[in-house]
Design a protein around this ligand. Structure first.
Ligand code: NAD
Length: 262
């Protein structure tokens, strides 16, 4: 029986990379996120070609608890359960606290933090019902180096990412006797659309070139001076979902090129 994996925000970037890794591992994959219908159809077809399991897309908006509930119940109806839940959907907004639009604050907290609470509260009963089979249930929260340290002008993002670290640890303790592990992955900068969108704005604001934004702003604290690869984050997720990682719970794996070693 293939395992069933739900990955929020997986029509792009890190989420799509994680979907690819689980598809290559033979899982049923539920992708989620926005994008042009043709691009989503193409992503589903690409993933389906990698796995002996099935692939579906669910369009739930991670700011909408009712749609999140429908995503998990649709998965349960289609595949019987959820074995692996990856909370990954995310957006960014960069502004001083006094200029930060309150509706942007609410949107970031909803997508980056509250959505994980909602996916988890609907998924945990399904995972508990699966009982002692191995590997057990796996919840993987894609946090960030910003779950461990801060940067200026990213108040909502840093607050939400610190929040998800706390949610990860709390859930791990609640589920420790239920054959379910809960962990976070804390990537440094990965060159995805989320990061690429920030580069022209930062270049304009700081009056420097886009190449300088990459080297002097984004990679300033990444000791390796290289962006993290999407496939490196995906490999960490696949490992946390493996039976070998069954004693790893309530913690995180940093994939940040040495950023938080400083
Ligand atoms: P991305 O922009 O490439 O992908 C974001 C995904 O989230 C897309 O599929 C998008 O459609 C989806 N999404 C956005 N709003 C949504 C909503 N309301 N409902 C459902 N889906 C929604 O971004 P990414 O860089 O791949 O980021 C993925 C995760 O990784 C985020 O949680 C981000 O904070 C985290 N992260 C990224 C980096 C990085 O440098 N790129 C570093 C650390 C952590």
């Amino acid at each position: 029986m293939p395992r069933t994996v739900v990955i929020t925000g997986s029509t792009s970037g890190i989420g799509l990379g994680i979907a690819r890794a689980f598809a290559e591992d033979g899982a049923n994959v539920v992708i989620n996120g926005f994008g042009p219908p043709s691009a989503i159809e193409a992503a589903v077809a690409d993933l389906a070609a990698l796995t002996s399991g099935k692939v579906i897309h669910h369009p739930a908006d991670m700011t909408r608890p009712d749609e999140i509930e429908d995503m998990i119940s649709t998965t349960s109806r289609t595949f019987g359960t959820v074995d692996v839940l990856v909370n990954n959907a995310g957006i960014q907004h960069v502004a001083k606290i006094e200029d930060f639009p309150p509706e942007k604050w609410d949107q970031l907290i909803a997508i980056l933090l509250s959505s994980a609470f909602h996916t988890m509260r609907h998924t945990i009963p399904l995972m508990k019902a699966a009982g002692p089979k191995r590997p057990g249930g796996r919840i993987i929260n894609i946090a960030s180096a910003h779950g461990l340290v801060a940067s200026p002008f990213k108040s909502a993002y840093v607050a939400a990412k610190h929040g998800i670290m706390g949610l990860t640890r709390t859930a791990a303790l609640e589920l420790a006797l239920d054959n379910i592990t809960v962990n976070a992955i804390c990537p440094g900068f990965v060159l995805t659309p989320l990061v690429e969108k920030q580069i022209p704005d930062q270049a304009r604001e700081k009056g420097i070139s886009e190449a300088q934004v990459k080297d002097e702003v984004l990679l300033r604290l990444q000791a390796t001076k290289e962006f993290v690869g999407i496939e490196e984050v995906a490999a960490a997720a696949l490992y946390l979902a493996s039976d070998a990682a069954r004693s790893i719970t309530g913690t995180h794996i940093s994939v940040d090129g040495g950023w938080t070693a400083q």
